[in-house]
Write a protein that binds this ligand. Structure first.
Ligand SMILES: Cc1ncc(COP(=O)(O)O)c(C=O)c1O
Length: 373
């Protein structure tokens, strides 16, 4: 094997390269027009998100994290309320719940790394649980595909709960043939640079029915109803128009890029199945593979990561510490055996759509070599 090879975990530049003239022109246009926040650029951007996802309305927002906060606020979630969620996620999911004053009620995950719909019932039956306080479910489309949303909605209906989808990692994904964006009360997207559809900085959006999205719009813009009327205590979390035009340009390429990425992921699975546990596509799912995550056998994750690093292959872990075990949130902690096991054994491989074939070969060979030695 070539020891000089260096494979980064992500490679964002080719996305820009492919759209350089369009993005440059759009950015220049914003600068010439000094049109930096709000106005027709944002409205056009929001419409393009609705057109793509099929959502009735969209409120663009400064980040995926703030999308979650404003969505919770718009649904009336606050102090005293409990929100059912997972610990196996990026910290923003839990952070948003706690920042609106609510309490996360953690549930373990299933084989797809999603909120386990069987476990949900067990949690509601536990003695710590006080039913009237549970107001919402905030589930996560971890790694780029959704859980079984119908099951979650049936449960939510039974308990009269709001449902929020953290779709930070799943823009472009489908559930039973329908695009993520209008499947639950509110859907929250992140467009941070490494996401499926990435800006050149922070950006996000919330999609859903118009009435609720109007509330999200208020929260993202200082709680404003009109220029000088502030109906609720809000935030300053509007999208930069520079980001809006970058995302809009990339949106036209998204399906093609996702398909290319899926091919690489399918190849990994064909080659690595049986050696490590490869991601499974749920039967209801069009998986966008935000990240390609393997589960290593017999606690070999750290050694495999070291081996790959020595070969010049950069990997990552999504995520090393479940949120319910970290200092900030341990007061809400509980035991989530599968979540905790998974976090000790998962490893994310490089899987961007421009990953050359010879780099794919090199990564596959390095993993096989590790397990055959
Ligand atoms: C699952 C999940 N939720 C929320 C976020 C927050 O998004 P952002 O970084 O745009 O605030 C991210 C990504 O960072 C994420 O992966």
């Amino acid at each position: 094997m070539n020891q000089n090879i260096k494979i980064p975990f992500v490679d964002l530049y080719p996305q820009y390269e492919e759209l350089k003239s369009e993005i440059d022109t759009a950015i220049q246009d914003i600068i010439y027009r000094t049109d930096f926040i709000t106005g027709p650029t944002v409205e056009r951007f929001e419409k393009s998100i609705c057109d793509y996802t099929g959502a009735e309305a969209c409120a663009s927002i400064g980040s995926g994290t703030n999308a979650l906060v404003c969505a919770l606020k718009a649904l009336g979630i606050g102090p005293g309320d409990h929100v059912m969620t997972v610990g196996h996620t990026f910290v923003s999911t839990t952070e948003a719940i706690v920042n609106v004053g609510a309490t996360p009620l953690f549930v373990d995950i299933d084989k797809f790394y999603h909120l386990d719909t069987e476990e949900m019932r067990k949690v509601t039956g536990s003695k710590e649980f006080v039913l009237p306080e549970l107001k919402a479910i905030l589930f996560v489309d971890l790694y780029g595909q959704t859980p079984d949303i119908d099951k979650i909605k049936t449960f939510a209906k039974e308990y009269n709960l709001k449902v929020i989808e953290d779709a930070a990692q799943s823009f472009g994904a489908e559930y039973k043939g329908k695009k993520v964006g209008s499947l639950v009360d509110l859907t929250c997207f992140s467009f941070n640079p490494v996401k499926n559809l990435g800006a050149m900085g922070d950006a996000g959006a919330v999609t859903g029915k118009k009435e609720l999205i109007d509330k999200v719009r208020m929260y993202r813009n200082h709680g404003r109803r009109t220029q000088f009327e502030y109906d609720v205590v809000g935030y300053n979390s509007r999208i930069d128009n520079l980001q809006a035009v970058v995302i809009e340009s990339k949106l036209k390429k998204l399906n093609e890029w996702t398909e290319k990425k899926r091919k690489i992921c399918h190849r990994y699975t064909a080659e690595l199945k049986g050696i490590v546990k490869c991601p499974e596509e749920a039967p209801w799912s069009y998986h966008t593979y935000y990240v390609y995550v393997i589960e290593t056998p017999e606690r070999t994750r750290n050694a495999l990561q070291k081996h790959l690093k020595a070969k010049g292959i950069q990997t990552n872990i999504h995520y090393r510490s479940p949120t319910h075990t970290t200092k900030a949130f341990e007061q809400y902690g509980t035991k989530l055996p599968r979540t905790e096991y998974v976090c000790d054994n998962i490893l994310s491989l490089p899987c961007y759509f421009t990953l050359p074939k010879h780099h794919q070969d090199y990564i596959i060979k390095a993993i096989k070599e590790f397990y055959n030695s």
